[in-house]
Write a protein that binds this ligand. Structure first.
Ligand SMILES: O=C(O)CCC(=O)C(=O)O
Ligand SMILES: [Fe+2]
Length: 345
């Protein structure tokens, strides 16, 4: 899922509050460590055996939490079309987009500068539109407003789902689950499916690196199992802070390359793997002086287990919990942390 849903706020678990406190400490600028890089893994046929791919993905997920895929099967023209469609959506008049407002508890619809991160206490400088298949009633622009949008987005979502399931099946094997364990847990034919495709648009030029920290997206971890992020050449700003570097506040830039798909582990898979795989803090900073201060567009697919799936790690480090309850706890912890932010300021 994306990380902005609201909804019934359950009592936050102590480990979640601690995570949020850590995120709040990471709200400051920190430093950039461009020497550190994140792994790039080639999925092309004939390059690595499946066993090697399993090892490479596991190592990247365990030690970095972030990695990039090439040879993933998405062609340049197909990506160009999806981004052109996303851009066309954001270019619709505001009155049109306002007809399809984000239903926060559903992770579906359009929001504008509405996502406040506990790490910063301020709204991200962006607008976004989320597609969560079973929750889209009344949220699609019609063909007169934007011809072909719905079909294009559903096609793209399905292809992103397939790639996400391929990566998750590698993790399933390593965790001692059946190959199709996570595929069944993210079944798109179920009304309880809750994986989400999110189109993001960060605004150009009004930027500048505002002291005190105004972020295109404030530091956070994702709530889901696995996120696939599609970026565009030259539209940079994404940074990650691997777990063991957290206290140092040193951030690694993630190269914006249209041909690579960036992946990161979310909190749900961290729990499902008994903390063997790590969700990783990331954020999108404003362009610095001298950098391209134009718009940034990204597409993100959040693979998030269906509501009714039981999350139970192989070693049962944590008590089993339904995906729905886990998310409500995580959302509740976010609210509590935002409240603490307000109280402190
Ligand atoms: O747009 C990006 O580069 C990152 C988006 C992100 O981290 C999110 O929406 O969770
Ligand atoms: Fe994220």
């Amino acid at each position: 899922m994306s990380d902005n849903a609201s909804g019934p706020a359950a009592a936050p678990a102590p480990e979640l509050l601690e995570e949020l406190r850590r995120e709040q400490r990471m709200g400051g600028a920190g430093t950039e460590d461009a020497a550190r890089s994140i792994p790039v893994i080639d999925l092309s046929e004939g390059v690595h055996s499946q066993a090697e791919i399993d090892d490479l993905l596991w190592d990247a997920a365990e030690n970095h939490g972030f990695f990039q895929l090439v040879g993933h099967g998405f062609g340049a023209a197909e990506l160009d079309r999806a981004f052109a469609m996303a851009q066309a959506f954001f270019e619709l008049p505001r009155e049109v987009k306002q007809q399809y407002p984000l239903r926060e508890a559903s992770n579906a619809g359009w929001e504008y500068m509405a996502q406040v991160r506990p790490s910063t206490g301020t709204a991200d400088h962006k607008e976004s539109y989320q597609v969560t298949r079973p929750r889209m009633d009344g949220l699609w622009p019609d063909d007169e407003e934007l011809a072909g949008f719905r079909e294009a987005m559903l096609l793209f979502e399905a292809k992103a789902w397939r790639l996400a399931m391929r990566v998750l099946s590698s993790f399933a094997r390593k965790l001692g689950f059946a190959d199709d364990f996570f595929t069944a847990a993210h079944d798109p034919s179920s009304p309880r499916y809750q994986s989400t495709l999110r189109l993001l648009h960060y605004f150009g030029s009004e930027g500048g690196d505002t002291p005190g920290g105004q972020w295109r997206a404030g530091a956070h971890t994702d709530f889901d199992c696995l996120t696939l992020l599609f970026q565009r050449d030259g539209q940079g700003g994404l940074q990650v802070c691997p777990g063991k570097e957290r206290e140092s506040g040193a951030w690694t830039p993630v190269p914006p390359d249209s041909a690579r798909i960036t992946c990161n582990i979310g909190d749900m898979l961290m729990r499902w793997s008994d903390d063997q795989l790590r969700s990783t803090l990331h954020r999108v900073r404003m362009p610095l002086a001298g950098e391209d201060a134009g718009d940034r567009y990204t597409l993100a697919f959040f693979a998030q287990a269906n509501c009714d799936q039981l999350i139970r790690g192989p070693q049962e480090k944590y008590p089993p919990i339904l995906a729905r309850d886990y998310l409500n706890q995580r959302i509740g912890a976010n609210f509590a942390a935002l409240q603490a932010h307000d109280d402190a300021s």
